[in-house]
Design a protein around this ligand. Structure first.
Ligand SMILES: [Zn+2]
Length: 425
């Protein structure tokens, strides 16, 4: 199957400006970058008529997709109270079918906004993978490990074994939830096993100021000392979600080669956790991705919102309009996420890279004046998920003009409603 996406405005997070052109997709990959009026023959041709942008699919680096069933629960409570009194009691009732339908529900929302891959920490993760493969979306699942419960760790290792043959679509990570929920000896065992098996770890890190105090009081450690002592930096990949209370100085002298940070600006704002020092951390590492976190704390699963917030929030906080450019925001939302989740050759529009692509309608009034020169700021500051027309993963359309080929949207909505009623009733 070959597809020619013709006469589109191409841009990605490695480009300072867009470029009119065409893209030939074959065997799930970008086979060629061609001129706008290319006469290349393909099984299918989509003509953007110069009024469509073509961007890489978004990668939601940190989520808990099935929390889509818990949206609206415990609004306006601080993180620890929210978790302990609202979320954890309901999560204790979650069974595999809840996770399956909750993830299917989340995926409807994600792919309609152009998300083509996501990292997910939860439980009943086989259901998450099943829902993702059905939807045609790439997934980096990790079994959340909370407490001193070895069976959860074993379940995470089993998950990796089960799905290792699906490397290009499923990238399993190990998921010790956080330093304050996993005892340090178990954390060390998990990171050692991750290193031995070539797996990455995905950890919540310094989401709240309270956690900074916990590291000091419980372990007598600074964040850097904890990262070293826990073995997190020895894992072949480490994804730290949040890092709201991590300073750039904390990273000085550490080996950051395999470390990625998932910035979740809207979840952090809504839970009142604070603002990560993105401009400062970007001075130390470019391995920064964006995530939504769960729908119960964001409450959207929309990378456009994260991209815009990641850029404007820090300009405002620093009182400096030059920090976190539109290009940097787009790079974090695409390539940065793919890198964090271990997906290779994804996130930029380049020959030989995965055809994980999104067509964005530029016909709306908010795009008047858009050009090759200014397409990046137009997308990041004026664009939104409402502008997404089509989403493709590995050369296959998974969302097209409001429809989901091969997916029964109405059934998912009905069953997800049933699951939510069952949980909350
Ligand atoms: Zn989270």
């Amino acid at each position: 199957m070959t597809t020619l996406l013709k006469n589109v405005l191409i841009c990605d997070g490695s480009m300072d400006r867009g470029r009119c052109g065409s893209v030939l997709v074959a065997d799930g990959k970008i086979a060629a970058l061609l001129p706008p009026e290319s006469g290349e023959k393909a099984d299918e041709t989509v003509d953007g008529r110069g009024r469509m942008a073509l961007i890489p699919g978004f990668v939601n680096a940190h989520s808990h997709a099935a929390m889509s069933l818990l949206r609206g629960i415990g609004e306006e409570a601080p993180l620890m109270e929210w978790l302990q009194t609202k979320i954890w009691p309901v999560e204790a009732k979650l069974r595999k079918e809840h996770v399956l339908w909750g993830t299917r529900l989340a995926l409807l929302e994600m792919v309609s906004g152009g998300t083509t891959a996501f990292g997910d920490m939860y439980f009943e993760m086989d259901a998450v993978v099943e829902a993702s493969l059905e939807a045609g979306v790439r997934c980096a699942p990790c079994r959340g490990i909370v407490g001193d419960e070895r069976w959860k760790f074993d379940d995470g290792l089993r998950l990796a074994e089960t799905w290792k043959e699906h490397g290009d679509f499923v990238s399993v990570q190990l998921g010790p939830h956080a330093p304050y929920t996993v005892p340090l000896p178990l954390m060390k065992e998990i990171t050692a096993e991750a290193a031995a098996r070539g797996l990455a770890v995905h950890v919540h890190f310094l989401e709240t100021e309270w956690e900074l105090g916990y590291l000091k009081d419980e372990f007598g450690m600074t964040p850097a000392e904890y990262l070293e002592a826990s073995g997190i930096l020895e894992a072949p990949g480490a994804l730290l979600a949040h890092c709201v209370w991590l300073s750039p100085e904390d990273l000085a002298g550490l080996n950051l080669d395999a470390l990625s940070i998932a910035h979740n600006p809207n979840s952090n704002l809504k839970l009142g956790s604070g603002v990560m020092d993105l401009p400062g951390l970007l001075g130390r590492t470019d391995r920064i991705a964006l995530g939504t976190d769960g729908a119960a704390s964001n409450n959207r699963l929309d990378l456009w919102g994260e991209m815009r917030s990641a850029s404007v929030l820090h300009k405002g906080q620093r009182r400096d309009a030059t920090v976190v450019s539109a290009r940097q925001a787009l790079r974090m939302a695409t390539y940065g996420g793919a890198e964090a989740l271990g997906f290779r050759k994804k996130g930029f529009i380049r020959e030989g890279w995965a055809a994980d692509l999104v067509l964005v309608d530029l016909d709306g009034p908010q795009y008047l004046g858009v050009s090759e020169e200014n397409i990046l700021p137009f997308l990041v500051y004026a664009g939104s998920s409402a502008d997404v027309r089509c989403t493709m993963v590995a050369g296959r359309w998974i969302y097209r003009n409001g429809t989901y080929p091969g997916v029964d949207r109405e059934k998912i909505l009905a069953k997800a409603r049933e699951m939510r009623d069952n949980l909350l009733g």
